[in-house]
Design a protein around this ligand. Structure first.
Ligand code: KG4
Ligand code: ZN
Length: 342
């Protein structure tokens, strides 16, 4: 893909509970990467409260943009920037609205082209943003709080969904198990930490859909098995070993993700695997992926943890690529909470 070295994208991401802004030169030159997290405000409610998220995006947006532009050394945005990219779906409507309206106003005011970016295409580009070596075809495993998707990336912009979840997303399962154990929101990081101190074989939680060769996930049954085990321990009057529950749950979740990714790689014959989304920050999954890639001769792309969870660098990279492929948005761009690119 041609990489105009002086092409600078300002990207905005507000699909859920992180307000993010980034300034990126070409596809890989990260000049600024800013995130304002709302986690503390939502954690007291045990999950993301959409109305609160939208209001907090409004409060955070302008100071965040100013600090991103300052860090990038942009003094005259109209003259120095080339493109405004923004996540326009899927996500929470009130959250998306804040980002899209801001991006439209900036592109109008500064006379810059505008591009609406699909959040999942953004996650696919998380690895491309930090590695020049990732070229299609590759398998993209997207594992986040809202999505569990295995995608064949034939070309940038040409995607085939090979499989997804029947019910809960992988990150959602982490968050629900965390809630059952009273460990708070988000559940991924705390379960990740506790699991490292527990015995993964202490509870025989089943690996979901392990008996079929379909690329398909299901995490709600696993969550129910965890709930039943907690209840059984409580009824028996045994002291709950949260670290053992976490380790056993994580073993089953990671085995499921690895098993289905293996099927997708074998079936397509593709030798490159790029993993992204919040759950890609998980230590056990990262270790299992490294082992697998070494054993099978697969080239693995795993972004740094900061780029796994929601960020605007990936939106800048996806927006840049989409614009270079000839796409552009206009002022009719509207948030689409259920936008699918498959
Ligand atoms: O990609 P992301 O920031 O937002 C969505 O688009 O959903 O992912 C957030 C999800 C949450 O469910 C969170 O619990 C999970 O990623 N997560 C993790 C870890 N860090 C974040 N899951 C497992 N292990 C982690 N270390
Ligand atoms: Zn995401």
């Amino acid at each position: 893909m041609p990489c105009k070295k002086d092409f600078i994208t300002l990207a905005i991401e507000t699909s859920c509970d992180d307000t993010a802004a980034a300034v990126v030169k070409g596809m890989h030159g990260i000049l600024a990467d800013k995130i304002s997290s709302q986690i503390e405000s939502h954690s007291i409610y045990g999950g993301v409260v959409p109305e609160l998220a939208s209001r907090m995006h409004q409060e955070a947006m302008l100071p965040l943009l100013e600090s991103a532009l300052e860090e990038a050394g942009i003094k005259d945005p109209a003259a120095e920037l080339s493109l405004v990219a923004v996540t326009s779906g899927p996500g929470l409507i009130g959250s998306l609205m804040v980002g899209v309206m801001t991006a439209k106003a900036l592109s109008q005011g500064w006379g810059l082209p505008l591009i609406g970016v699909n959040h999942l295409e953004g996650h696919i580009f998380a690895n491309a943003a930090v590695s020049e070596e990732l070229v299609p075809p590759f398998i993209s495993l997207i594992v986040s709080g809202g999505h569990t998707e295995v995608v064949l990336v034939r070309e940038f912009g040409n995607y085939e969904l090979l499989g997804t979840t029947r019910d809960d997303a992988a990150g959602e399962a982490y968050d629900k198990v965390s809630k059952l154990l009273g460990l708070g929101y988000p559940g991924g990081p705390v379960i990740d930490r506790l699991a490292s101190e527990g015995d993964p074989l202490s509870f025989a939680f089943p690996v979901p859909l392990s008996s079929t060769d379909k690329v398909e996930f299901s995490f709600s049954g696993l969550k129910t098995a965890v709930a039943a085990a907690i209840e059984k321990e409580n009824r028996a009057g045994r002291k709950l070993r949260a670290s053992d529950i976490c380790a056993s749950f994580q073993r089953a979740a990671v085995e499921s993700l690895m098993g289905k990714t293996d099927i997708a790689l074998r079936r397509t014959g593709v030798k490159r695997l790029a993993v992204s989304g919040g759950v890609a920050a998980n230590s056990a999954l990262r270790a299992a992926l490294e082992r697998y890639a070494n054993d099978k001769g697969i080239r693995l792309f795993l972004p740094p943890r900061r780029i796994c969870t929601d960020n605007a660098v990936m939106i800048a990279a996806a927006g840049y690529s989409s614009y270079m492929r000839g796409n552009v948005s206009d002022l009719s761009l509207a948030p689409d909470p259920s936008w699918s690119i498959w």
